[in-house]
Structure formats: structure tokens, C-alpha cells
Design a protein around this ligand. Structure first.
Ligand code: SAM
Length: 659
């Protein structure tokens, strides 16, 4: 399909000869870079010949390019009143209004242009984003969808997923269900954005998840949307859990050993993937456990793919290398599941052997923490959502409120250290968004590093070197970094300040740090639960984590969870372990951060949480009158005392080396 482009620097009418000549002269001046001369000539013509559509339109166009949107919109509105159906005038008027934030007013002119130039993508994008900014999400989604039909792109699919993230729907819509199913299949779309709307559609289709007799496994086995959601990543919507748990139970009770040829293979495979993503967090009752045990005994006597699949709904079954070699016999319908659960782990095993050791790991706390993350790497993740490539220097400028002060030799990339990179999502995100970086990512846990390396290989990201190291000994290395990120790590060390001091030594002059730390105030309820766990000798095996969580979400514990109930951390065993059962946890306060920054010679550059910043600005508006209030840690301290849940998602902030 041919894409139409809109040429604004051309005449819309056939004016008299002399005027045409004068207009073309002004256009040429503009093209030669003499914007002011072109503008003056057109302003003069406008005085002499008022209400001429070409003069008004060219003035509007040039003023948009000069980012003078108010003046541009005045001229373009005058042109529009002369010819309201002129598609080019409408496009430029729409743009001027759009840049002024007048999205509602921009819609009518954009629609005129879209009707005339059905294959113009620019105008449709402006229209879609106008709808999006007005929260008209249904219209935004439909417009993005039209663009995708003309020219599919990652950017547009991601935009549709962002519409779906907040869109509501009152009755089951087949078209939306199909669109969601397609989006789940795209690895670069964040499947978490799709789950809320998916759950709304499924609730409509399955009568609010009542498990009536008419609901059959056959129907679920054919439900492409359900299968797509289960196969993409851990489901984070709590209301789906009882329904999914019942589906799993029904599947188990239907167990028949047909050696890989069940009636419900698609559903079994999707459910087994889901159980793997959430590390088998769903609760199983005694009957189910008994049935699983029986299948396990049969499996131990005789290997069968089908039994393995059923068992994989409930637990991770280790198989020996001989059995792995049976891969060639695996039925096609089970291949993606096999790949996810067994093939990836074999690959990671191989990658772990190749990870370089940068420092020894022998400190007591580090060994304890390492053991936890070897067993439960965190976070386990499946997809890296696409974001258009950006410039790190420019983005740091926005975060810090000023340009980075470190000096970078021309042609050199920004050196970044990710300290405590876990399973790699943090460095891979950075590497994908900012290709102009050289990244070293370190962690204690080999299992986590191997997971990260496998994901990097899959994504073809090459500017990261993953290494095993203890942050406490990192200052021994010679390299210095322009940016160091350490998120969710320092509070798991023996002494967070010592870890932070080691990292500060690795900063290049005027280097920048991004830190994330637990807030004592926000984690009040977690502290109570951690005490409960200690006092009741609850161990951190998978079974006891599952049992504890089951009681917690069913309100069978004396302590309730409020702030953390919707964070998604309850939806997998590894994240529950991280949240409640960590072997080493410190909680910090804003005064502690302030004091540490002073001791380390770092200046605070502001919190990196848009929502939190907005709340601070809205609720503390009188205090905000003072310049730089947003970077005043004393004000933030009193804000947090007023609103203790502010930093549920940790204190995320930037700081900068003073020297
Ligand atoms: C909660 S995870 C966070 C991972 C990652 N920063 C993220 O935000 O996704 C904490 C990670 O810090 C690592 N870690 C803890 N103490 C460390 C130390 N002393 N040196 C290196 N890594 C450490 C752990 O192994 C674990 O993978």
C-alpha cells in the first residue's frame, strides 16, 4: 500500500501570477534557511491581501516549525474558516492545536485530513495520540489499529497495548479479544499491560468466572486469548487465581496417560507454562497433592511426556540427561513447553560455566544472599518491552534537571555499571534503550547471571558484560563509570553504607548514580509479617512459602496486607520469597539517605518516580513555592511522614558526585 505524504510547503490554490511569484519567493527563502525573511515577507503580504488562504496557511506552517504554536493556530484558524474541508490546512491546524495541548479541538481537523488522505500515517498518529491524551482509549485503539493495517510497526503495537492497559469494555468484544491475542504473541509488547483487559473479557465470556457445569475444558482448550495470556508471562491479576486454580484442578482430575496426546493439550501446555512462570505458587488441596503423588510414582517407573506435563502443572520435575536426550521423540504440541522448562535451563547451565569471576565471594552475608538467589533468582521475567532508542545524555538531563557534568571523550560511549543486576532486566532495558553505552553488570548469583546472559543472547544485545562479583570488593577494579545503577541491592548487604561507599569509589569524576532502597515507613506491614514468620518458625521452602501466602491472601493471618497487595509480588514464589522471606533486609529512611549522601560527597538530584513527584507537587503545593523544593530531602521526609505508603516501590533516586 502506498503511503501518502502531506506536503505543506506548496500552494493550495492557483493565485494570480504576481502573488504566486511572491509566495514562491517566500517559500524558496524558507527552504534556504532564511526563515525570518520568509516570515516577514508573508506578514507583509498578509497586510496587503488579507484573508488569502495560501498566505495564512504558509504563515501558520512556518510558525509551527518555529514552535510558535499560538500565533500559528491564529493564522491557521483564519485559513480554516475560509476552507474547512481543506485537508492540508486541517493537518497543520490540528498540529498547532495539538502542540498547544488542545487535543479536543485538534480532533475535527485531523479527521478531515484522515478522510481525505486515507493512507497518511502522520495525521492518523496525531489523531490517535490526541485521543489517547484525552483518555478516549477506545477511539485511540481503533485509530492505532488502522495505522497498523497500513504499516505495522513495533511502536504502534506498543501504543495499542498502552490503550488496552487502561481501557474498559462493557461487553465481550471479539475484535478486541483477537487484537489482544495477537499482541500477546509479540515478544516486545509488555504482556502485563494486557492482562487487566483480558481478565475483563474473560469474566464477560465465562459469567464472572463461575465454574458452572456448562463450562467445559474443551471450550477453554479452544480459547486463544486465555491460552495466549497463560503462555506469555505470570498472570498478575489476583481475581483470576481462583478460576485458574480450578481449571488446573479439573485438568488434573481428567488425567489420562495418552503419551502426549491429551484432548486438552493446548490448555495443559499453557497452564504448565503459567505454573512455571509463577514458580508453582497456586495452592493445591490435599486431594490434588495426593493425585500428583500417584502420577509421580507412575512417572518414576516409566517416563512419559504426558505425565511429565501433568506433573509440571504442580511442581518442577528434575529429569536426568538420558531422558533429556529423548527430545527428538517429543510430540510437536509439547515443544514450546519443553523449550521453556528444560531446554532453557540446559542453556543456562552451559552459560553459567562461562561467566567470569571478577571478585571472590566469601563474606558471610554475601554467601547467604547468594544462596537465596541461586535458588530463587529474582525477578524472573519473560519479555523486554520495546522502547524507541534514546540518548542517555539527554535523558539524564531530564532526570537531573541539568546536563550530566562528567566529561566524555568524543566518540566514547558512556560507561555504565549495574551493581546487583539480578536476572538482567535492568541492564538489558538500559542497553536496548541506549545503544551508546558500554555496560558491566555484576551479581553474586550465577543462576541469575546465566538467566540474564540467555536473555541477552536471545535479544541480540551485545553491549553488556555480565560478571560475578561482590559489590563489597568491587572498589579493587581499575575501571571507572559515568553511571552506576544499584537498585534493590544495598539493603540486602551486611552494611548498606559500606556497599554504597565502595560504589562511590568507582564513579568517574562528576559521575552519576541511580539508587533504589527499601523505605522503612512503606514496609511497615512487611516488617510485621517478617516478625510473624520468624516467631512462627516458618521456613522458606517453596511449600511453606505457598502455604503462608495462601493464608495471607485468604485473610487467615492476624496481619493484613494493604499497600503491597497489588504490586504483583504475590504472584510468584520467587517474588514472595524476596518480599517476605529475605535472608538479609535493611530498611532505610530519608534522613539516613541525606546523611549518607553528605558523607559520600554526593548531591541529591531528585526521586525518579513520576507518580510520586506528581503527588508531592499536588499535595505539598504550598511548600513547592520555594525553588527546588522537589530536591529538598527535608521536605520529602515530612511528606513521607504524612503519606507513609509513598515509597512502597522503594526510594528510587539519582545522585551525583560533587568532586
Ligand atoms: C532484588 S534483586 C534486584 C535485581 C536487579 N537490580 C533488579 O532491580 O531487577 C537483588 C540482587 O542483588 C544481588 N546482590 C545482593 N548483594 C550483592 C552483593 N554484595 N554484590 C553483588 N550483588 C549482590 C543479588 O544477588 C540479587 O540478584
Amino acid at each position: 500500500m502506498k503511503i501518502t505524504t502531506i506536503t505543506s510547503l506548496a500552494l493550495l490554490t492557483s493565485p494570480p501570477k504576481t502573488l504566486a511569484k511572491q509566495l514562491k519567493k517566500a517559500i524558496n527563502k524558507y527552504k534556504q534557511g532564511k526563515q525570518q525573511q520568509a516570515l516577514n515577507a508573508l506578514l507583509e503580504l498578509n497586510q496587503q491581501i488579507p484573508n488569502n488562504i495560501d498566505i495564512l496557511h504558509l504563515l501558520g506552517y512556518i510558525l509551527i516549525q518555529a514552535e510558535m504554536y499560538k500565533q500559528a493556530s491564529d493564522f491557521l484558524l483564519a485559513a480554516y474558516s475560509l476552507q474547512p474541508k481543506n485537508a492540508i490546512v486541517c493537518f497543520n491546524l490540528g498540529r498547532a492545536l495539538f502542540f498547544l495541548g488542545k487535543y479536543k479541538d485538534a480532533i475535527t481537523p485531523f479527521k478531515v485530513t484522515c478522510n481525505t488522505f486515507a493512507n497518511n500515517l502522520d495525521c492518523r498518529k496525531f489523531l490517535a495520540v490526541s485521543y489517547q491524551n484525552l483518555d478516549h482509549l477506545h477511539e485511540a485503539y481503533q485509530t492505532f489499529s488502522e495505522i497498523n493495517k497500513i504499516q505495522p510497526s513495533k511502536e504502534i503495537s506498543v501504543n495499542i497495548s498502552l490503550c488496552f492497559e487502561r481501557m474498559n469494555i462493557t461487553e465481550y468484544d471479539e475484535k478486541v479479544a483477537d487484537e489482544l491475542t495477537c499482541l500477546y504473541a509479540l515478544e516486545y509488547v509488555d504482556s502485563n499491560n494486557l492482562q487487566r483487559l483480558t481478565s475483563i473479557l474473560l469474566a464477560q465470556k465465562y459469567q464472572s468466572f463461575t465454574f458452572n457445569t456448562s463450562l467445559s475444558l474443551i471450550q477453554l482448550n479452544d480459547d486463544k486469548l486465555l491460552l495466549a495470556m497463560l503462555s506469555a508471562s505470570a498472570v498478575l491479576i489476583p481475581r483470576l487465581e481462583p478460576w485458574l486454580t480450578t481449571i488446573r484442578q479439573k485438568l488434573l482430575y481428567d488425567f489420562q496417560d495418552n503419551n502426549g496426546d491429551s484432548r486438552y493439550t493446548a490448555l495443559l501446555v499453557a497452564m504448565a507454562k503459567q505454573s512455571f512462570f509463577n514458580d508453582f505458587i497456586f495452592y493445591a488441596d490435599i486431594d490434588e497433592q495426593h493425585k500428583v503423588e500417584l502420577i509421580k510414582q507412575q512417572f518414576q517407573k516409566k517416563f512419559s511426556f504426558e505425565k511429565l506435563l501433568y506433573l509440571s502443572l504442580y511442581q518442577r520435575i528434575k529429569i536426568d540427561s538420558e531422558q533429556i536426550e529423548t527430545t527428538n521423540d517429543i510430540p510437536d504440541s509439547l515443544r514450546t513447553w519443553w523449550q521453556l522448562i528444560y531446554h532453557n535451563s540446559i542453556v543456562e547451565h552451559g552459560l553459567a560455566k562461562k561467566v567470569e569471576l571478577l571478585t571472590k565471594i566469601n563474606e558471610k552475608t554475601s554467601l547467604k544472599v547468594k544462596a537465596q538467589y541461586e535458588q530463587h533468582p529474582y525477578p524472573t521475567w519473560q519479555r523486554l518491552p520495546y522502547i524507541a532508542k534514546r540518548n542517555l545524555n539527554q535523558d539524564l538531563d531530564i532526570h537531573l534537571g541539568h546536563s550530566p557534568k562528567f566529561s566524555l571523550k568524543s566518540g566514547r560511549k558512556i560507561d555504565v555499571l549495574i551493581a546487583g543486576c539480578g536476572t538482567g532486566k535492568q541492564p538489558l532495558n538500559l542497553a536496548q534503550n541506549y545503544p551508546d553505552t558500554n555496560i558491566i553488570a555484576v551479581d553474586l548469583s550465577l543462576t541469575s547471571l546465566a538467566y540474564a546472559q540467555r536473555q541477552a543472547n536471545k535479544l541480540g544485545i551485545k553491549n553488556i558484560k555480565f560478571m560475578q562479583a561482590d559489590i563489597q570488593d568491587l572498589a579493587l577494579i581499575k575501571q571507572r563509570f559515568h553511571l552506576i545503577e544499584c537498585c534493590g541491592v544495598l539493603h540486602h548487604m551486611a552494611d548498606p553504607f559500606i556497599g554504597w561507599r565502595q560504589l562511590t569509589k568507582l564513579l568517574a569524576p562528576k559521575g552519576i548514580m541511580k539508587i533504589a532502597l527499601y523505605s522503612q515507613l512503606a514496609r511497615n506491614e512487611i516488617t510485621e509479617l517478617r516478625s510473624y514468620i520468624t516467631n512462627h518458625n516458618i521456613t522458606s521452602t517453596d511449600d511453606s512459602i505457598r502455604a503462608f501466602r495462601h493464608k495471607l491472601i485468604n485473610n487467615q493471618l492476624p496481619i493484613k496486607l494493604n499497600n503491597y497487595i497489588d504490586t504483583g509480588d504475590l504472584m510468584a514464589t520467587s517474588s514472595c520469597r524476596d518480599l517476605f522471606f529475605h535472608v538479609q533486609e535493611h530498611q532505610l529512611t530519608i534522613p539516613w539517605i541525606k546523611q549518607s549522601l553528605q558523607k559520600l560527597g554526593l548531591s541529591f538530584c531528585g526521586f525518579d518516580l513520576t507518580k510520586v513527584k506528581q503527588e508531592f507537587q499536588n499535595k505539598f503545593s504550598q511548600l513547592n513555592q520555594q525553588p527546588n523544593a522537589i530536591r529538598d530531602l527535608d521536605l520529602w521526609e515530612s511528606f513521607e511522614q504524612h503519606y507513609p505508603a509513598t515509597f512502597t516501590n522503594m526510594y528510587h533516586f539519582y545522585c551525583e558526585s560533587i568532586s
